[in-house]
Design a protein around this ligand. Structure first.
Ligand code: F6P
Length: 319
């Protein structure tokens, strides 16, 4: 292909900038025109797009967020919306599109490709790490490190007061963030949407542990496994232990990307541009077992990722 475009869509994630930068610079290196679309699919519908030069992606690799802007776009869920987006691409001679985003954004990309045949390559960009076929999504490493930083601080105050601290972290349908941050932060309990838990049993264990001299307890809850506030309140009432709740919220989405996120996002961006240029389509590039892999776009959106059973087991062993 001779002209491609890139957009970021859905919840932003640290490293999206590095990915978009790599798409742009790879395309230019290969002598291919590259367009940036601002504000995700919404921007495509509004024709908010511009042809990019190398300098347009200067000074962004270290920044969180996405310089292109992003959105969750309702109109893109309709076939009419997608046809309009397709027209706005072809009007400019754009022959292929790179979509950087999470599950919902890749689903939108999969539909556009099926309906119009335009070559599409997706990159998994979400802190949730919930894209099927890939061990990794752009931004998950930085977000996990942000959570660890919070856990370290919460431990200090929890220990000082002998408190139970419940920390609610992001992850609507996926407990990956809670699981890895809970393991690496040494949490006593990790609650994820993928696994059932018995709060009464947990409360009984907590009471026993305190009787034996435990100083404090940390519970990490993925938002998809329940509300931190409600769980904290239940624990406080049932155990009568001094309990506090922290909801980390959108802090997890921001911040300068980690080395891992920058390097991987750059590699994935390069692969996406090269694939589009050579006419490939319906691929998501991800990571598996430490290597870049290509995943069928439709498989990626039609399958649900499962949490690594080894991690789940480890969490139980280390408890
Ligand atoms: O998908 C990423 C994510 O951060 C989820 O973990 C969270 O549930 C959701 O986005 C929050 O979305 P919004 O930024 O639209 O409130």
């Amino acid at each position: 292909l001779k002209s491609i475009a890139v957009l970021t869509s859905g919840g932003d994630s640290p490293g999206m900038n590095a990915a978009a930068r790599a798409v742009v610079r790879t395309a230019l290196y290969e002598g291919v025109k590259v367009w940036g679309i601002r504000g995700g699919y919404h921007g495509l519908l509004e024709e908010d797009m511009f042809e990019m030069k190398s300098r347009d992606v200067s000074d962004i690799i270290q920044r969180g967020g996405t310089f292109l802007g992003t959105a969750r776009c309702k109109r893109w869920k309709t076939p009419e919306g997608r046809m309009m987006g397709y027209k706005h691409l072809t009007d400019r001679g754009i022959e292929g599109l790179c979509v950087i985003g999470g599950d919902g954004s890749l689903r939108g990309a999969s539909l556009l490709s099926k309906e119009t045949g335009i070559p599409i390559v997706g990159l998994p960009g979400t802190i949730d790490n919930d894209v099927w076929g890939s061990d990794y999504t752009i931004g998950c490493d930085t977000a996990a490190n942000t959570i660890i930083d919070a856990i370290n601080k919460l431990r200090d105050t929890a220990s000082a007061h002998r408190r139970v601290i419940v920390l609610e972290v992001m992850g609507r349908n996926c407990g990956w963030l809670a699981l890895v941050s809970g393991i690496s932060g040494g949490a006593e309990y990790i609650l994820v949407p993928e696994e059932e838990y018995n709060l009464d049993e947990i409360c009984d264990n907590m009471t026993e542990a305190y009787k034996k001299g435990k100083r404090y307890i940390l519970v990490v809850v993925a938002e998809g496994a329940g509300s931190g506030q409600e769980i904290g309140q239940y624990i406080a009432e049932k155990t009568q232990l001094d309990t506090r709740v922290s909801v980390l919220g959108h802090i997890q989405r921001g911040g300068s990307p980690s080395v891992i996120d920058r390097v991987r996002a750059s590699q994935l961006g390069e692969q996406a541009a090269l694939a589009l240029i050579s006419g490939l389509s319906d691929i998501v590039f991800g990571y598996s077992k430490g290597r870049v892999v290509s995943i069928d776009l439709h498989d990626a959106v039609n399958n649900k990722k499962v949490l690594d059973p080894d991690y789940l087991h480890l969490a139980k062993v280390l408890f």
